[in-house]
Write a protein that binds this ligand. Structure first.
Ligand code: F6P
Length: 469
């Protein structure tokens, strides 16, 4: 596996030179001069189409990015990821989330846990003894299941989430609930996270009697007195864990069949990621386009704009996925980096965002690459999405307008489109971003699977609370 700095790779220098030739090129001219551009710069993953024709790149850019990926040893790293090798080097662990959705070829412990989840979910949704399910967790033990439940919950059970240590969060999640009719799911890989443990204690003080724990710390869960414990494994990172028992509350919200389809969707994309040639490999392309924008065109942030209201929580989920994974300042060998890694990821649901931050996207001084996402191809949403992408790309060359009304255009975006917002396509979409993040980690020679940067703040807060500061 390659360990030299990416900036030492021949393709990096060529890309830097190539980027110079793009300074004077406008997307308006590219589309005017090439009727096939919309078709040429697009690729299909199972169920989801990536249209990246509005990115500021051409065939040569793609060729050079493919060279860079080869020089970084992308194929070998991908093989190591998918084989469950210990690629998380600072923790000596695998990052084997793909095994959680591998169907018949999943490890026995995964199948066993899925079978337990299935019978629990079917029982809970069938009996409705507990009408309120409250997930207590934070970060990866909250954002994924919360997104899935919010996007696709069918209302059979009232599934809520509390993540903040501020008691108001749990109070809200318990509004109108009775202890006898409430089941708590404590999702915490470590079972030591202060916010989650404090909410679990508060739930007990409230009168909560039914607790299921999802954790890799079986001892601590037993000591807490959980009625049932479902396992997590050290080879699953928190932000990649929605496919594991961490997804239990979400499965209660959407039903078992839908949860299975969510897993299958991710598996479809795992296969695509493993097998599709680079120029047609959607997550690899997403990763490489991000590298192009960040390292060669100088973008510092990246906007995520899903158009369906059902996906309003996607930006928050992707913030953790991308920024906790690739917000790194040293490489795998511990050397400080002299090139940019993850951009700041942010966003909100369109069309709401059109009336807040799109002003900056169109006329601000920073260029912000955006992903516009619509998984339902709903008429009004798609019309708005296309309008934004086109306005950003082409602007208006109308010089008769006063300066404040002009749109410079040449602002890059990608479209991610699917025919139907269902569990399978949502699984596919999330897996695309997971592999995008992995691809970028390979290019940048960083460990995408640890998160040491969050520890100091935890320690200092603890010290303050225990009077040591
Ligand atoms: O503090 C960051 C973090 O460790 C995330 O990586 C993780 O998803 C979250 O906290 C929750 O951790 P746990 O599941 O162990 O409670």
């Amino acid at each position: 596996m390659k360990t030299v700095s990416p900036t030492q790779c021949p393709a990096w220098a060529k890309l830097a030179q190539h980027a110079e030739s793009w300074r004077a090129v406008h997307l308006r001219e590219l589309f005017a001069g090439d009727a096939a551009r919309g078709r040429q710069f697009a690729a299909e993953a199972p169920g989801v189409r990536l249209d990246y024709s509005r990115q500021r790149l051409g065939a040569m850019t793609l060729r050079l990015l493919a060279h860079l990926a080869a020089e970084r040893g992308f194929a070998e790293w991908r093989e190591a990821l998918l084989a469950g090798s210990a690629i998380n080097s600072t923790e000596n662990r695998a990052a084997w989330h793909t095994a959680l959705r591998a169907g018949d070829s999943a490890p026995a412990e995964v199948k066993e846990t899925l079978a337990k989840m299935r019978s629990l979910v079917e029982k809970l949704r069938g009996e409705r003894k507990y009408r309120r399910i409250v997930n207590l967790g934070t970060g990866g033990s909250d954002l994924g299941p919360r997104l899935l439940a919010d996007a696709l919950g069918d209302g059979t059970l009232d599934v809520r989430f509390a993540a903040n240590v501020d008691p108001r969060d749990l109070e809200r999640a318990l509004e109108g609930a009775e202890p006898a009719g409430t089941l708590f799911v404590i999702a915490s890989k470590t079972f030591t996270t202060q916010e989650t443990m404090s909410n679990a204690d508060a739930a007990r003080r409230w009168g909560g009697k039914a607790f299921i724990a999802i954790t890799s710390n079986l001892e601590a869960a037993k000591a807490f007195g959980a009625d049932q414990v479902l396992p997590m494994w050290d080879w699953v990172g928190g932000r990649f864990s929605v496919w594991s028992a961490v997804g239990l509350a979400a499965a209660c919200a959407i039903g078992w069949k839908a949860f299975e389809s969510f897993l299958s969707g991710a598996h479809d994309v795992d296969k695509h990621f493993a097998e599709a040639p680079l120029e047609k490999n959607v997550p690899a392309l997403m990763g490489l386009i991000g590298v192009w924008n960040t390292n060669f065109l100088g973008a510092a942030t990246h906007a995520i704009v899903p158009y369906s209201n059902a996906l309003r929580l996607l930006p928050g989920f992707l913030q953790q996925l991308e920024m906790e994974s690739n917000g790194k300042r040293v490489d795998r060998e511990g050397h400080a980096l002299d090139y940019a890694t993850a951009p700041v990821v942010w966003g909100a649901e369109g069309t709401v965002s059109q009336h807040s931050f799109h002003q900056l996207l169109h006329q601000g001084t920073q260029v912000v690459p955006a992903d516009f996402i619509e998984l339902n191809l709903e008429k009004h949403l798609t019309a708005n999405l296309l309008a934004q992408a086109d306005a950003l790309a082409f602007g208006t060359g109308d010089a008769s307008l006063p300066p404040h009304r002009r749109y410079p255009g040449n602002r890059p975006s990608s479209l991610l489109l699917a025919e139907k917002l269902d569990a399978r396509n949502l699984g596919r979409l999330i897996a695309l971003y997971e592999h995008k993040v992995f691809t970028q980690g390979v290019i940048w020679n960083i460990n995408s699977f640890d998160q040491w940067g969050v520890e100091l703040g935890k320690e200092l807060a603890k010290k303050t609370l225990t009077g040591g500061r």
